[in-house]
Design a protein around this ligand. Structure first.
Ligand SMILES: *Cc1c(COP(=O)(O)O)cnc(C)c1O
Length: 464
């Protein structure tokens, strides 16, 4: 490295850990991506898995259209890709800057979040295996699976999952519609309205004292004792991952339809909210398979729960808990309130993604407010974290380092930035209004959070 090359502001794991511990927003540029050469060795297997998921969604589409009127007549689970000029201006972008788009998975049918893609796919894969073994599909018509005798057959099986809320909603709603028994293990601090909604859909909700990792482990253990139960494991399921990954082809089709070119000279920069890492890693994997190194994915996490960033920055075999870093793991972004990342996701994401950044809860609330004010979007706090991406890339020390060292800075004005809005549609009105009002007061008094999108504070710089 020559002396005029920029140095990663936070370099050694210990520096990053110290900075995370102070709870200040940072952007971490992933050094492992530099070694990534046109797809990893595992890419052919992943491509096959993603294609398999896409085909499965296609086979089940007529059944989904039959079971859920909101996806009739085609049965497709998809969302809008929208231009957001008002939001772009509020975030500090001007007309000469990169094109800013929002992928509105916050509006996805059935589950109202990005979990619709992964969760529904995982349930369909289980259902398909069972009905193929039992020879229950009539004349290859998947609508025949809505027959009462098939529902009765499914009712002998339980599908269980650990969830902070949205994965449970996705899996619970589709499992129940097919006739399965559905059990959702949640931490006791999960949002009340999500528990209510799940019970209303016919799912059994079991609450566990402690955080999400504890709920997940308990759910896994209980399901292991029941031969009729299948546990969809948020920390290990490739079925979830490939379901999420199908979003990449949808995005690619929408970009092409809008005449947006993506190649090395016209990079695609995508900001993905991250909990255990399954959803953003699935999408990053899908984008990698389509766009290769022209896609630059950044994961967004709360300052109190940056488990994925911590894992990326740690030694390869280390999977730190944010609790061990002295952080609370507690955040308004309930979908991201996860103490430890998924091993599977970290291993897949490490050679692929551009980096990860952290966001204050107050900044997420401000983002939620302006997304509603400027574009009429209804997103939940988790989903609002991604909106800090463009600012963090341009204004934080880590972001500036990334732009300079990767060469992305020189192509930034020709780039397309996509903020993935991951959830929100099912949020009750009173809940959304309370969050919106809090975001409005943060926006009216930005000094209360400092400059929210300046990545690194002075004492971080002094340390680096
Ligand atoms: C679950 C969730 C995420 C992140 O997904 P992970 O697989 O946990 O990383 C992001 N946004 C929302 C709204 C979610 O529910």
């Amino acid at each position: 490295m020559t002396s005029d090359q920029p140095r990663q502001p936070l370099n050694a794991p210990a520096e990053i850990t110290a900075s995370l511990r102070r709870g200040r927003p940072i952007l971490y540029s992933n050094p492992a991506r530099a070694y990534h050469q046109a797809g990893s060795a595992a890419l052919p297997a992943h491509r096959a898995g993603i294609e398999d998921a896409r085909a499965r969604f296609g086979r089940f589409a007529p059944l989904l259209a039959h079971l859920f009127s909101e996806v009739a007549p085609h049965g497709t689970i998809g969302s809008r890709l929208i231009e957001v000029p008002g939001l772009k201006a509020s975030l500090g972008g001007d007309a000469t800057d990169a094109l800013l788009l929002v992928k509105a998975d916050s509006e996805l049918p059935i589950a109202g979040s990005i979990k619709a893609r992964g969760g529904i796919h995982a349930v369909l894969e289980i259902a398909e295996r069972l009905v193929l073994d039992a020879n229950l599909i009539e004349d290859g018509d998947y609508r025949s699976l809505a027959r009462p005798e098939v529902k009765a057959f499914f009712s002998h099986h339980e599908i269980s999952v650990g969830s902070t809320g949205n994965l449970g909603l996705s899996i619970g709603m589709v499992s129940a519609a097919l006739g399965f028994r559905a059990t959702v293990h949640m931490s006791d601090d999960a949002k009340e309205w999500k528990k209510h909604r799940l019970r209303a859909e016919g799912a059994t909700v079991i609450e566990h004292a402690g955080d999400y990792a504890i709920a997940l482990a308990a759910g896994r253990e209980i399901a292991a004792m029941d031969p009729q139960a299948t546990f969809i494991d948020d920390e290990a399921s490739t079925s979830l991952l490939y379901g999420y990954a199908t979003a990449a082809a949808e995005l690619a089709g929408q970009l092409q339809g809008a005449g947006v070119v993506v190649d090395e000279e016209h990079p695609l920069i995508v900001y993905l909210p991250c909990g255990v890492g399954g959803a953003p890693t699935g999408i990053a994997l899908g984008l990698d398979a389509i766009f290769g190194s022209a896609a630059h994915c950044f994961f967004a996490e709360p300052v109190e729960a940056p488990c994925f960033l911590a894992a990326m920055a740690a030694e390869e075999d280390d999977l730190p808990s944010v609790l061990d870093l002295g952080l609370s793991g507690i955040t308004e972004a309930d979908g991201l309130a996860v103490p430890r990342a998924s091993r599977v996701a970290v291993d897949i994401a490490r050679p692929i993604i551009a980096g990860a950044f952290t966001v204050h809860d107050d900044t997420m609330l401000r983002n939620l407010f302006i997304a509603h004010r400027d574009e009429g979007l209804r997103i939940e706090p988790s989903a609002a974290s991604g909106l800090s991406g463009p600012g963090m890339l341009r204004n934080s020390d880590g972001g500036r380092y990334h732009l300079a060292s990767s060469g992305l800075g020189a192509r930034l004005k020709r780039a397309t930035e996509v903020v993935w809005a991951t959830g929100g549609r099912l949020t009750p009105e009173y809940e959304f209004e309370a969050l919106r009002a809090r975001g409005e007061s943060v926006a009216a008094n930005p000094a209360s959070i400092g400059d929210p999108d300046q990545g690194v504070c002075e004492d971080d710089q002094a340390q680096a």
